[in-house]
Ligand binder design. Structure first.
Ligand SMILES: NC(=O)C1=CN([C@@H]2O[C@H](COP(=O)(O)OP(=O)(O)OC[C@H]3O[C@@H](n4cnc5c(N)ncnc54)[C@H](OP(=O)(O)O)[C@@H]3O)[C@@H](O)[C@H]2O)C=CC1
Ligand SMILES: O=C(O)CCC(=O)C(=O)O
Ligand SMILES: [Mg+2]
Length: 473
């Protein structure tokens, strides 16, 4: 079945039922070491995960690791350009849950991203990136502990499905000509726009199915959070890109107010309901005036639309959500992407789950990780309905490769996410405690050490892993 790899002889497969993993006590889990600093980070991670599982379950549970190959390591074993061998794909498909280090993607030309390829091949549509502060971590922020968000980033569409044509290419030039001469003039709302003849062209598809399955997962996740964190914010640039980013927002609200009608309230609905709660005799028009500050300047048609919205909300959900019941529901709101970047800095504690499309989520997850200590503290998971691959937010950090220096925290915390996904919470908790205590005592790698006041002597990557294990307690 495999050309160059052999699965462990002990252990068994994780299977999936209704999108959830069914986990044996000795699961076989494939891992990819990764390029660049993967060589430092992976051994540190594996050591911490094994130690936590051993301590938590005293031999009753253990992971049988299955080494599989991608990136540079794969080319060494399988031959030139064999970056993502068939063996690797077969193993991930067969065993369902995997963990990986970062893989290199060249800029401008060369291979397309192996990381993206894995997400698309296995339809790992939700990229989940929690950004949570560990006490004592140095941060450019005064109150980093106020940020506790989970970025839910759509992982298969938008720029990941983006199709590009190079400037000057035959097909690209033909496409520009068809757009300029036929398709743009045929769409009056585009006016007299014309694409410059020397442009490169990119298409970013955003589908209703892709958007709603991502938001569905985000809402289900919100249901598991403590009450005060039960919120999903739809992040988009829908003011500019109405039929992609704007549609993402609308589809998100549609899902929340149909499939999750009993569990969710939208921000606008909450305003309408609370206006009536404060003043039961408020007219529909005055209620509309309060939810839309520019109401009096609107056209009659627009005013009528908002009054109708108020009436519909009160008629449809007053019984189920009114009289304060909405306060116990998941709050679904939306924010424009540029604004959320400043809001997570100025009002971090107002946010919980940030659900968004691919590119926004890419930027946002690096930015949010920076607030809680940097990319060394940014874990992640790529989740689908029949497979999950865990990996950090960061890349290969090539200039630090092989120096036993880099912070393994983000891949270790990705391992924590994996343990939680398997339902092995006791082992996950040991690692979170160990990592938290190590940081609190100033036992940190270079990236955090250089920001600490007073500065501390940095630990090596491997020493940080040992410190985490020592702090299991
Ligand atoms: N999922 C994946 O596998 C990903 C792969 N990539 C790929 O990785 C390669 C390099 O990308 P690049 O843009 O340099 O981004 P990287 O995320 O690899 O690194 C940028 C910088 O972030 C800091 N950093 C990253 N990881 C850590 C860590 N574990 N601990 C501490 N600091 C860290 C370092 O900053 P400093 O030097 O200041 O300490 C590093 O130089 C590219 O080929 C890119 O395509 C990128 C993102 C994700
Ligand atoms: O695949 C890559 O090279 C980049 C991926 C990335 O930036 C991410 O997953 O956040
Ligand atoms: Mg990224």
């Amino acid at each position: 079945m495999y050309e160059k790899i052999t699965p462990p002889t002990s252990g068994s497969k994780i299977t999936f039922k209704n999108g959830e993993p069914v986990v044996p006590d000795n699961p076989i889990i494939p891992f990819i070491r990764g390029d660049g600093t993967g060589i430092d980070i992976w051994p540190a991670t594996q050591k911490v995960l094994d130690a936590a599982v051993a301590k938590a379950y005293q031999g009753k549970r253990q992971i049988s690791w299955f080494k599989i190959y991608a990136g540079d390591e794969a080319c060494d074993l399988y031959g030139t350009y064999q970056y993502l061998p068939e063996d690797t794909l077969t193993a991930i498909k067969e065993y369902g849950v995997a963990i990986k280090g970062p893989l290199t993607t060249p800029v401008g030309g060369g291979i397309r991203s192996l990381n993206v390829a894995l997400r698309q091949i296995f339809d790992l549509y939700a990229c989940v990136r929690p950004c949570r502060y560990y006490a004592g971590t140095p941060s450019p922020h005064k109150n980093p502990e106020k940020l506790d968000v989970i970025v839910y980033r759509e992982n298969t569409e938008d720029i990941y499905l983006g199709i590009e044509w190079k400037q000057g290419s035959e097909v690209g030039s033909r496409l520009i000509s068809i757009l300029n001469k036929e398709l743009i003039p045929a769409t009056p709302e585009h006016g007299k726009k014309q694409i410059p003849l020397d442009a490169g062209i990119g298409i970013k598809p955003i589908s209703k199915t892709g958007s709603q399955r991502l938001v569905r997962r985000a809402i289900k996740h919100a249901l598991t959070l403590p009450k005060h964190k039960q919120q999903v914010t739809l992040v988009h640039k829908g003011n500019i890109m109405k039929y992609t980013e704007g549609a993402f927002r609308d589809w998100g609200y549609e899902l929340a107010t149909t499939e999750f009608r009993q569990e969710c309230v939208t921000e606008r609905e909450s305003w309408i309901l609370s206006n009536k709660e404060k003043n039961p005799n408020l007219s529909l028009e005055d209620n509309a005036r309060q939810i839309d500050p520019g109401f009096d300047a609107l056209t009659q048609e627009k005013k009528a639309q908002i009054v109708k919205e108020v009436e519909t909300v009160l008629n449809s959900i007053w019984d189920s959500h009114g009289n304060g019941k909405w306060k116990d529901k998941i709050m679904v709101n939306d924010r424009i992407a540029d604004s959320i970047f400043q809001q997570i800095q100025t009002r971090p504690d107002e946010y919980s789950i940030l659900a968004t499309m691919n590119l926004n989520g890419d930027y946002l997850s690096d930015a949010a990780a920076a607030i809680v200590g940097g990319l060394g503290m940014g874990p992640g998971a790529n989740i689908g309905d029949a497979c999950a691959v865990f990996e950090a937010t960061h890349g290969t950090a090539p200039k630090h490769a092989g120096l036993d220096k880099i912070n393994p925290g983000s891949v270790i915390l990705s391992g924590v996410m994996m343990l939680e996904y398997l339902g092995w919470q006791e082992a996950a908790d040991l690692i979170k405690k160990g990592l938290g205590d190590a940081i609190a005592q100033g036992q940190v790698t270079y990236d955090l050490a250089r920001l600490m006041e007073p500065p501390v002597e940095p630990l090596k990557c491997s020493e940080f892993a040992d410190a985490i294990i020592q702090h299991f307690g």
